[in-house]
Write a protein that binds this ligand. Structure first.
Ligand SMILES: [Zn+2]
Length: 385
C-alpha cells in the first residue's frame, strides 16, 4: 500500500465581505502600500543620483519608522507596520531582480492604474468564527467553498495579501496543510474526456459520468446575457464612431461584459476543481488518461468552442497536480492507443469507429456498450509495456 498526502502549500483565494468601516481601512492600506512603494522608489533613486549606496530592504524599513515620527506623516501609524515593511521588501525584491537583469527598472505606481493590493501580516493572521482576523482591519466576514480551519496558529500561512479586483475584496494566501497521509486503494481509474459529457470515469466495476457544465441552465443563462451585453457594446461603438474617446455608456457596457465573462470562467474553473478533487478523493493508486491532442483538436472549427469551454487543458493540469500531491501514479496514454476502438471485454480492435457512433458493438464477442464507458474501461485496464 502506498501512502498519499504529505506536506504541501496550496494557494487559496477567499472573498472578503468587509463592513463600511473595514472597507475604509482596507482602502487606507491599499493607498498606503502604494505611497510606501513610490516614496521608497524615489528615495532610492535620489540616493543613486547622489552616488550613495543602494539601501537594503531592511534599511529602507527604517526610513519609514523615522518618517512616521515626522509632522504630517502620523497617518502612517493607522496601517499595519508589517504592511509597510513588506512593501519595502517587495520593492527590494523588484530591485534585486532588476540588478540581476531579470526584470525592468521598478516603476512608480499610479493611482487607478496599478493593482490595488497590499500585503497582510502573516503571523497574527487566522480564521475564527467564520471571520478572517487581520491586523489593523479586524474580523472580516468571508465567503468561500473551502472548509478553512478555525482558530489561532493551526495553519501556517504564506504571503497573505488582499486585493481589490472587479469590485470585490479578495484575500489570497498560501497554506501549509498538515501531513494528512491517506492510504491509497489498489484501484486503477480510467478517465475518458468528452464533448457531450465532461468525463467518464471507470473504477473497478463502477462508472461515473461528470456532466458538461456548459449544458446547465445556469451557464446557458449567463452566456445569453453575455451575448446580449457584447451586442450592446458593438452597437454603442457604432453610434460612437466619430468619437475617439469612449463614452461613459461604452465603458459601462464593457465593464458588464467583463463581469459576465469572469463569472463564466470562474464557474467553469470551479467545476474542474470540484471534478478533479472528487476523482482524486477516490484514492486510486493510479489514474490513466488519454494524452489528448488539444491544439490539434482546436483546429477543428466545429469542436474548438466546445473544447475551449470544457477546459480540457485545465482538467489535465489539475488532475496531474493533484495526483502528485496524493502520491498517485499518473499515466497519459499515447493518443494513438485505440482506447475507443478496442473491445473492453475481449480485446478485439474494431477497424472503423466513427465519431458519431455513440454505442460500441463488438463484432467478435457481441458486447454492446456506451462508447465512452468502453474507452474509460480500456484506460483503467491499460497495461504499461
Ligand atoms: Zn469483444
Amino acid at each position: 500500500m502506498q501512502k498519499g498526502g504529505g506536506c504541501m502549500i496550496r494557494s487559496y483565494q477567499v472573498r472578503l465581505l468587509p463592513d463600511q468601516i473595514q472597507e475604509q481601512l482596507l482602502w487606507k492600506h491599499v493607498n498606503t502600500a502604494r505611497f510606501v512603494w513610490n516614496y521608497g522608489l524615489s528615495y532610492q533613486r535620489k540616493r543613486y543620483k547622489n552616488k550613495e549606496k543602494h539601501l537594503s530592504g531592511y534599511d529602507l524599513r527604517k526610513v519609514f519608522i523615522n518618517l512616521k515620527q515626522q509632522d504630517g506623516y502620523a497617518w502612517l501609524k493607522e496601517v499595519s507596520a508589517h504592511t509597510i515593511s513588506n512593501v519595502c521588501l517587495d520593492l527590494d525584491d523588484a530591485y534585486k531582480r532588476y540588478f540581476k537583469k531579470q526584470n525592468g527598472k521598478p516603476k512608480f505606481k499610479k493611482k487607478n492604474k496599478c493593482k490595488n493590493s497590499f500585503p497582510v501580516r502573516k503571523d497574527t493572521f487566522y480564521f475564527n468564527n467564520n471571520c478572517a482576523v487581520i491586523e489593523k482591519i479586524g474580523k472580516v466576514k468571508y465567503q468561500t467553498n473551502y472548509k478553512l480551519q478555525q482558530g489561532r496558529q493551526i495553519c501556517k500561512f504564506t504571503n497573505p495579501r488582499i486585493k481589490y479586483d472587479n469590485n470585490k475584496w479578495i484575500l489570497i494566501f498560501g497554506m501549509e496543510c498538515d501531513n494528512q497521509t491517506q492510504t491509497l486503494t489498489d484501484n486503477s481509474i480510467g478517465i475518458d474526456l468528452g464533448i457531450k459529457d465532461l468525463a467518464f470515469v471507470s473504477c473497478r466495476n463502477e462508472f461515473r459520468v461528470f456532466k458538461n457544465i456548459n449544458k446547465t441552465k445556469e451557464v446557458k443563462k449567463i452566456e445569453k446575457r453575455l451575448k446580449h451585453a457584447q451586442r450592446k457594446v458593438s452597437k454603442k461603438y457604432h453610434v460612437n464612431d466619430n468619437n475617439y474617446k469612449k463614452s461613459k455608456n461604452i465603458l459601462k457596457a464593457e465593464k458588464r461584459v467583463k463581469q459576465l465573462y469572469n463569472k463564466l470562467s470562474n464557474i467553469r474553473k470551479n467545476y474542474i476543481h470540484q471534478t478533479t478533487r472528487t476523482i482524486v478523493n477516490m484514492l486510486p493508486k493510479r489514474i490513466v488518461m488519454e494524452d489528448l491532442n488539444i491544439s490539434g483538436m482546436m483546429k477543428n472549427r466545429h469542436l474548438s468552442k466546445a473544447i475551449q469551454e470544457q477546459c480540457f487543458y485545465e482538467f489535465t493540469k489539475q488532475i496531474k497536480y493533484k495526483c502528485e500531491n496524493f502520491g498517485i501514479e499518473f499515466i497519459q496514454v499515447d493518443r494513438f492507443y485505440p482506447s475507443s476502438k478496442t473491445c473492453s471485454k475481449c480485446g478485439h480492435i474494431k477497424k472503423e469507429l466513427k465519431l458519431s457512433d455513440r454505442i460500441y458493438k463488438c463484432d467478435n464477442c457481441g458486447l454492446v456498450i456506451d462508447r465512452d464507458e468502453n474507452a474509460s474501461i480500456n484506460l483503467m485496464n491499460y497495461k504499461v509495456n
